[in-house]
Design a protein around this ligand. Sequence first.
Ligand code: KIV
Length: 271
Amino acid sequence: MSVHQQIKRVTTHVLQEMKGQGRKIAMLTAYDYSIARILDNTGIDVVLVGDSASNVMAGYETTLPITLDQMIYHGASVVRGIRRALVIVDMPFGTYQGNSKEALQSAIRIMKETGAGGVKMEGGQEIVESVQRILTAGIPVMGHLGLTPQSIHKFGTYVVRATEDTEAEKLMHDATLLEETGCFAIVLEKIPADLAGRVSASLRIPTIGIGAGQYCDGQVLVLHDMLGITQDFSPRFLRRYHNLFDEITGAVTRYIDDVKKCDFPNDKEQY
Ligand code: KIV
């Protein structure tokens, strides 16, 4: 039996089992092969190729500009570095909203050209037709409710969502609808912990929170934020596990010094 065959891959069914057993799901973003390999070795459950690549990889202010081709490039790079985790690729803005046929074509391209295990889409009732059509092709769909960054121009700010009853009720309704439609999990972004707890308790499928508190069935963070590569973004929910900004700055500064003072390369570092 090869090493590949011995590894038990994380599937959507495994996530469902984890919820049933009360085991929390850990998800992080990745956008390239080398980082994906490191994450997979840690035993992370899910790797999300988020459209946050638009911010942290490409330097755009929002997630809107990233294209389907670019998401496919990131997705395929990540998949090449993964042997165990479930890889989910975000469907970028403009590739699924309001046109279920285009949504299906976009999702099929992602699955064929990246080798990922599913796609993620933002929205509730408004995207149900697209979700349904994608599911008919056997493509697993993860939902995303609450703060949906692709709609930033509709909402105007990145503040906590669903603090008012009407929005909270719509979110509850959308979550149920996405589950009934066939989504295998739902990301809940930046909503009150109590509401996320009620949604999680009422659904059979797992919820994965980001800024949605401790009652979600799993958690997700943007890798560049939790590693402290990004510095200009410090929401309350973000726990920084490292300060890679300072680490990289220190290492690069030492390298520059060594080159300038002719200390690098030394006798042992040349042929
Ligand atoms: O794009 C992304 O990284 C995401 C997470 C924040 C959930 O959607």
